[in-house]
Design a protein around this ligand. Structure first.
Ligand code: FRU
Length: 515
């Protein structure tokens, strides 16, 4: 099993080999050849990925100074985990991103692990020159030495302009003298006019809650866990109030927790608990395990603080899995984020994720079909002039007598299917760069008399499936040959009753100037 300590040592060894000068030269070389940027094999065209080098978790998602800020676990010096720092990108629509210089770099003592950012609107911290500065709360990781074990403490850094950060001289602000307390999620809890922080005590599968009047002094409130899935360490907790569909004005609290390994599809995964939070304690009566995503590549997902429309929270995850993240065959970058998703809950407590509407701006040439015949659909589809690996499908499929249907995407290298006999929606992928990579990930689904509703995004090296209006999500990386763009529907067991399909070629988000 890969632990983060192992990652740290491997990363340090490799990263130090690449001197800072080499990294600076690489950055410069990249920027001189602007035309080639963001167009290498497998490069996502409408998902965020750094221009060069390694990324893992999204961090500190916040709307501040009129923009969405995405920070991310980043190695500024190499394409492997190490030198953990907060990379930084901004966007005005969550679709077009502009990468900025590293916000919070590591130093020779402390690495900058995952965390969150808040806007300190009332300058409760006393760190703002004027109210409204950004305060970022991250885990400071100090590696083990000959005389002391490694430590994970919670630290602050702050920014007056959303461009540069200063590390707080009074760090750490929370030190439990442990090596597994990390990933602070901090938010303003208005009813009690205080800040709330969640961290994990990873090895004990616990989320710990703290409160503070000023972001600098923290008091322990309560603990949650172990509960639900406990097959790996707990990481990246996130607590969010979500609107309940069809009940205007009704909200429920949802706690999401990363699990590594032990995820539903193998390796890293993410579970959620629906419950209540009273400003001190989170309680959930949930008995079964609920999974955020049934694919293999959605981890450490985080929602934005201070959303302009708090009633429609949005979430972004790391689109990868620690089982093979270090081996994914991409260069000069490695790692990317999921699509941003709008969140809500159904009345029965199912998490609903819908790709954000802003993505529609990328739609290009369209294809539509309404009919009953799979072969007729495929004939027409073969004439569709779009032959790329970046497209979107919206399909409603009434199964009728059919027992099985499958979309072949990327030729034979990946498919999305539904097996009525088994009651599963699945994504199957091939790939040989790591033994743990090829897989068939499955989500339970009983249709009854309803159609199968699919909303699928293919972006060169990823397939994201949102089914039944977002009640199920499956996110998976894929690494097809660039020549593989066969796209077709197959079915068996009997004729389908009705087929309604819309597809769009999607433009690259990197070519537009809008950020
Ligand atoms: C999750 C994680 C976090 C940690 C970070 C280090 O992917 O292990 O718990 O803060 O990555 O990069």
């Amino acid at each position: 099993m890969r632990t983060w300590v192992g990652r740290f040592h491997r990363g340090i060894r490799q990263a130090w080999q690449d001197a800072r000068i080499v990294a600076a030269a690489a950055t410069l070389a990249c920027c001189l050849f602007a035309a080639e940027q963001y167009n290498e094999p497998y490069r996502p065209q409408f998902h965020f990925s750094p221009l060069i080098n390694w990324t893992n978790d999204p961090c500190g998602l916040v709307f501040a100074f009129g923009k969405y800020h995405l920070f991310f676990q980043y190695n500024p010096f190499a394409n492997v985990w190490g030198h953990m720092s907060w990379g930084h990108a901004v966007s005005s629509d969550l679709v077009h991103w502009k990468q900025l210089p590293v916000a919070i770099p590591d130093d020779d003592k402390v690495a900058i692990f995952t965390g969150s950012s808040v806007v300190d609107a009332e300058n409760t911290s006393g760190l703002c020159q004027q109210a409204g500065c950004i305060v970022s709360i991250y885990t400071g990781f100090t590696p083990p030495t000959a005389t002391a074990p490694e430590r994970q403490m919670q630290n602050l850094a702050y920014s007056q302009d959303g461009l540069t950060w200063t590390k707080y001289s009074g760090n750490p602000v929370l030190d439990l003298h442990r090596s597994d307390t990390r990933d602070p999620k901090v938010f303003w809890y208005a009813p009690a006019r205080r800040w709330i922080m969640l961290i994990v005590q990873a090895n004990e599968k616990k989320v710990r809650f703290f409160s503070s009047p000023n972001l600098r002094e923290w008091q322990h409130l309560s603990d949650f866990g172990p509960r639900g899935a406990t097959g790996g360490v707990w990481e990246c907790p996130n607590l969010i109030r979500l609107p309940v569909q069809g009940k205007p004005g009704t909200n429920r609290w949802v706690l999401t927790v990363g699990l590594n390994p032990g995820g539903v599809a193998g390796g890293s995964g993410e579970q959620y608990f629906v419950g209540d939070f009273d400003g001190t304690t989170f309680r959930s009566g949930q008995e079964s395990i609920h999974w955020v995503d049934y694919g293999r590549d959605c981890y450490c997902a985080l929602t934005f603080n201070h959303e302009p429309k708090p009633e429609a929270p949005r979430m972004i995850g790391w689109m990868n899995n620690w089982q093979y993240a270090g081996d994914t065959p991409t260069a000069p970058w490695r790692g990317s984020m999921t699509l941003p998703r709008s969140l809500s809950l159904t009345e029965d407590g199912t998490l609903v994720q819908q790709p954000i509407e802003e993505l529609r701006a990328l739609r290009g040439e369209a294809f539509t079909y309404e009919g009953v015949s799979v072969s007729d659909l495929n004939r027409k589809l073969a004439n569709w002039s779009h032959r790329g690996q970046t497209f979107e499908i919206e399909a409603s499929l009434w199964l009728g007598e059919a027992k099985h249907l499958e979309w072949k995407l990327d030729g034979d290298e990946a498919s999305v299917g539904f097996d009525a006999t088994e009651g599963t929606l699945y994504v199957e992928r091939k790939g040989s760069f790591n033994r743990a990579f090829p897989s068939k990930t499955k989500a339970p689904l009983q249709l009854g008399s309803k159609p199968l509703q699919l909303h699928i995004f293919v972006d060169r090296s990823s397939i994201e499936v949102f089914a039944q209006d977002g009640a199920l999500a499956l996110t998976n990386l894929v690494f097809p040959k660039s020549s593989s763009h066969g796209l077709a529907l197959t079915s068996s067991g009997g004729p389908l009753k009705e087929i309604r399909v819309s597809m769009w070629a999607l433009q690259s988000a990197w070519n537009g100037a809008k950020q």
